[in-house]
Design a protein around this ligand. Structure first.
Ligand SMILES: [Ca+2]
Ligand SMILES: [Ca+2]
Length: 129
């Protein structure tokens, strides 16, 4: 008797949850609906995660990409935002593209590392008119 062999391939997608701070140093993270400009967001490194491995080009905050400054490229820098001695990533998202409506209480950054690992981080927001 022949038994059919069923091969089941399982793909595990690794997702790293990262700690972020929308509008670093400020709380609540008020976002005015009709505002343009940019929203700064810190993505923190930890002992286990180096924010410098993030692919900046692929980052999004609720649908908005990282702001591109004419002649300078992406508006992003490595700074130790929380003073723990490890460099963090500070990126600025295009405010006009961020999809938020009144009543939304969180916003989420999604992206990938240069190795293709998916990252995701959420912070609270206060959407105001
Ligand atoms: Ca904040
Ligand atoms: Ca830090």
């Amino acid at each position: 008797m022949n038994a059919d062999t069923v091969v089941i391939a399982t793909f595990t997608t690794r997702v790293i949850t990262v700690q972020i701070d929308i509008k670093p140093g400020s709380f609540p993270n008020a976002i005015k609906l009709q505002d343009t400009g940019n929203i700064p967001v810190a993505i923190f490194s930890t002992a286990a995660f180096d924010a410098r491995t993030i692919d900046i080009a692929g980052l999004e905050l609720n649908g908005a990409g990282v702001r591109i400054v004419k002649g300078k490229g992406y508006q992003a820098s490595y700074e130790d935002i929380n003073g723990d001695g490890i460099l963090d990533l500070l990126v600025h998202f295009d405010r006009g593209d961020v999809q938020l409506i009144l009543g939304d209480s969180t916003a989420t950054v999604t992206g990938k590392t240069i190795d293709g690992v998916i990252i995701q981080g959420t912070d609270s927001v206060k959407v105001i008119e």
